[in-house]
Design a protein around this ligand. Sequence first.
Ligand code: ASP
Length: 581
Amino acid sequence: MLRTHNCGELRITDAGKEVTLCGWLQRSRDLGGMTFIDLRDRFGVTQLAFNMETDASLCRQARELGREYVLQVSGAVTERSNKNPKMPTGDVEIIVSELQILNESKTPPFTIEEETDGGDELRMKYRYLDIRRNVVRKNLELRHRMALETRKYLHDQDFIEVETPVLIKSTPEGARDFVVPSRMHQGQFYALPQSPQTFKQLLMVGGLDRYFQIVKCFRDEDLRADRQPEFTQIDCEMSFVTRDDVLETFEGLARHLFKAVKGIDGITFSRMSYRDAMQYYGSDKPDTRFGMRFVELNHLAQGKGFKVFDNADLVVGINAEGCAGYSRKQVDALTEWVQRPQIGAKGLVYVKFNDDGSFKSSVDKFFDQEQLQAWANAFEAKPGDLLLILAGEKDHTRKALGELRLEMGKRLGLRDPDTFSCLWVTDFPLLEWDEETQRFYAMHHPFTSPLKEDLPLLDSDPGSVRANAYDMVINGVEIGGGSIRIFDRPLQEKMFAVLGFTAEEAQNQFGFLMNAFQYGAPPHGGVAFGFDRWCALFGGSETIRDYIAFPKNNAGRDVMIDSPAPIDPGQLRELNMKIIE
Ligand code: ASP
């Protein structure tokens, strides 16, 4: 080794030792008689001291060094007169007797410290420099720990990690595929997997019983904030299980990760049907760190002459506790907030439950105090509370109120990132109707089993069939999802038929799976977790990019290696492809 110690480990008990350290020059301070350098590596920072009186030439040499020079220094560990309690190594410094420049560095384009002056793009372009910063390095360390603990837990539960192929076949279901032209089979293409879904099911047919993989997946989707074209899943599948077996196994994984990575004990999971989630929270991934459940008012608010309510499918509200004191301006601002195109509500009705027990509302013309009291009762509101009510088409109104609920939760400080509320949302609809293409799509994927009791509806009313599917939601973030699968050929064929596939199309695209089902496929089910997102949640950040070593930017580009990029004409010729001008 070029060093005896790293830059994070020396303590006062090491005083007197002769040591050699390697690292990067983070900062230097020249105080005339003394020069100090902070030397950084992955493990920490150690102060180096150079004394003009005892070694003038070495001290002069030290003064010439630039930021991010790579150094090897030897010297004696010495107690500092000016201790720094904020640094683990802050009690000591190295009185340097030998200095080697291992490499020089150009002046970095941004400061490599806790707080940096570099903008997003610049830091992405020089990601290797950004990784030298504590914050980024800590995120990658957290990610490593999460992966390690995931493997430990699943291994202990008899799961085995199996790699599935990356060059697979494109299918029209789901998101858009990334495709890879084949040189050997010109005019033909591989596709990169959006998930190993069919392979993990085939591993169950293969009798592996419990599979997992921490695996890269690829989706060529239009980019949205916090989406990456390549991302990582913890992908899992189990045989001979019911839904509850799967949920319990992965509650166990969550509990293990919370304990091992965050030091948090006693995590519990609640369960909520998709229907309830939509009805009471206006979202299929409700943030259950706080209540503020929806209360429907149709029976109390309709038929009293207020057109907006009378013409609405749904009149529904939330109780913002303790907000009756909101000023006119604050309420107007909320109204504008819900009217923004992203939220899309037409207006907002408010009822203030004053401290003296009276009510003041934006619909006083239509509703008297007694009627407003009945609303307040429905909300179990108390004096000092503020009711916020929306009306309109059912799904749209629920969604908008769901957004308002989150916003109020934020304003009221009810969404503490250090509090965790975990739940499973279950019984999703199996199918989603698409107006544009006039057909059903699988809400999850076409391999998801319907709930047994809903099977008869598959012919008569497919839209109302519920899936044996579930999502894990933590603090309003969808961390993962899965389902119990179809495992017999006739039902799988039927599912494809409901999705508008002809028998030939189904056979062409998914024949390999349906054939396998004919050779003793076991009942099975599984789940996949968004690994990047789980890391971000544990790290207390909203952006998954921060937890990926070399992420793409918002436009899906890698600005460091400058990709995607044209390829060499020779390569194109080999593939028998032409550039379209
Ligand atoms: N493969 C599914 C997905 O990527 C998850 C699952 O059903 O296990 O969403």
